[in-house]
Design a protein around this ligand. Structure first.
Ligand code: FES
Length: 327
C-alpha cells in the first residue's frame, strides 16, 4: 500500500499493519513525538485522504472525515492514504543519547522543590522546553524538564517532592553532590518554535516553570523580538521561587513581561492573587496570531488548553507539556 506524506510530497510503499509513527521515523520524516502512548498529543498529524485505524484506546475505530487529526503513534496503516505533517520547517530532531553526569549542586528552591545541577561528561543537544530521563540509581529513574539551555555549562532541573513519591524521596533524602547519574534524552515536542514572529504566551505551573524558563531564555538568547508574556502560577506564596531571576530577565528584555500569580492566600510584593487562567483572560483580549507553551500539572494544562482555544488558538499553535504524577 502507499502512504503519501504532505507537504513534502513523499511517497512510500509500506506494509499494511505498520504503525504510522514508526514509518515516519524509519524514513526520517520530520515528525515531533514524545510519549509514544497517545497521551501528549505531540505526534498529531492530519489525514487528507484514505484511512488509518486507531490502535489506542479506540482500537479498531477507523478515522472518519469529521475527525481528520490522528495521533501517529496510535495509528495503524491499513489502506492507501495521504497524511499531512504539521510545521515541517519547525520540527527539530535531536539524536537521543545516554550520557554520564555528575550532580554538582542541590539547592532548596522552596519547601518542596529542589534545584539540581548536573555536569555532563559530553553535551546533549536539545531544544528549549524539552526533557530528559534522569537515572539516579537503577531503581530511581524519572523524566524531568531542563530549565537550562543547551549552551549552559550545567544542566538544571527543578524537582518537586511528590507525596509518597519513592524517587523524589530519594532525591530529597539521599542524593548527594558528587553523585554519578545517567541522563538520557532529549524528549518532548513542546519546544521553542523559533520561526514564529507573533506574541508568545508561556505558562508554567509549579515546576512547569522549568521548561518555560528554558523556552523564554532560549527565545531571548536567539534574539527573538516577539512580545513574551510569562505567567508563573503557584498554589500559595510559599511556592514561589526564582522571582528575582524572572524579574531580572524582564528588566533586561523589554519584550518580556512576567506575572507571578498566587492561587490561594496573600500574594507577595509584585505578585497577583487568583487563578492563572483568570489572570490571562483578564489581561489578554485575544490570542489570534500567538503561540502558547503550557507546562505543569495536567489539570492546569487542561484548563489552559480550553482557555487558549476559546481565545483563538488552533491546536497546532499550542505546545503543551503536562507533568503526569509519577512520584
Ligand atoms: Fe503520540 Fe505522545 S501522543 S507521541
Amino acid at each position: 500500500m502507499e502512504l503519501v506524506v504532505e507537504p513534502l510530497n513523499v511517497r512510500l510503499n509500506v506494509d499494511s499493519g505498520s504503525n504510522l509513527l514508526d514509518v515516519l521515523i524509519a524514513n526520517q520524516l520530520p515528525i515531533s513525538y514524545s510519549c509514544m502512548s497517545g497521551r501528549c498529543g505531540t505526534c498529531r498529524c492530519r489525514v487528507l485522504s484514505g484511512q488509518v485505524r486507531s490502535s489506542g484506546p479506540e482500537a479498531g475505530r477507523p478515522h472518519s472525515d469529521k475527525d481528520d487529526y490522528v495521533l501517529a503513534c496510535q495509528s495503524v496503516l491499513t489502506d492507501n492514504c495521504t497524511i499531512e505533517l504539521p510545521e515541517v520547517d519547525e520540527v527539530v530532531v535531536h539524536t537521543a543519547r545516554i550520557v554520564k553526569g555528575t550532580v554538582t549542586a542541590i539547592e532548596e528552591a522552596t519547601h518542596d522543590i529542589r534545584r539540581i545541577r548536573v555536569k555532563l561528561a559530553k553535551p546533549i543537544e536539545f531544544s528549549p522546553g524539552q526533557y530528559a530521563t534522569l537515572q539516579f540509581t537503577p531503581e530511581h529513574i524519572r523524566p524531568y524538564s531542563m530549565a537550562s539551555l543547551c549552551d549552559d555549562a550545567e544542566m538544571e532541573f527543578q524537582i518537586r517532592r511528590a507525596p509518597d513519591g519513592r524517587v523524589t524521596a530519594f532525591v530529597f533524602d539521599d542524593l548527594q553532590v558528587g553523585a554519578a547519574i545517567r541522563v538520557s534524552g532529549p524528549l518532548g515536542g513542546a519546544y521553542l518554535r523559533q520561526k514564529h514572529t507573533g506574541p508568545m504566551l508561556c505558562v508554567g505551573g509549579g515546576t512547569g516553570l522549568a521548561p518555560v524558563l528554558s523556552i523564554v531564555r532560549g527565545a531571548l538568547a536567539a534574539g527573538m523580538q516577539n512580545p513574551i508574556h510569562l505567567y508563573f502560577g503557584v498554589r500559595s506564596a510559599q511556592d514561589v521561587y526564582d522571582a528575582e531571576r524572572l524579574q531580572a530577565l524582564a528588566a533586561a528584555h523589554p519584550n518580556l513581561t512576567v506575572h507571578i500569580v498566587v492561587a490561594t492566600g496573600p500574594a507577595g510584593p509584585g505578585q497577583r492573587s487568583g487563578l492563572v487562567t483568570d489572570a490571562i483572560e483578564k489581561d489578554l483580549k485575544t490570542l489570534t496570531g500567538w503561540r502558547a507553551y503550557l507546562c505543569g500539572a495536567p489539570v492546569m494544562v487542561d484548563a489552559l488548553n480550553l482557555l487558549v482555544t476559546r481565545m483563538g488558538l488552533a491546536p497546532s499553535q499550542v505546545h503543551a507539556d503536562a507533568f503526569y504524577p509519577s512520584g
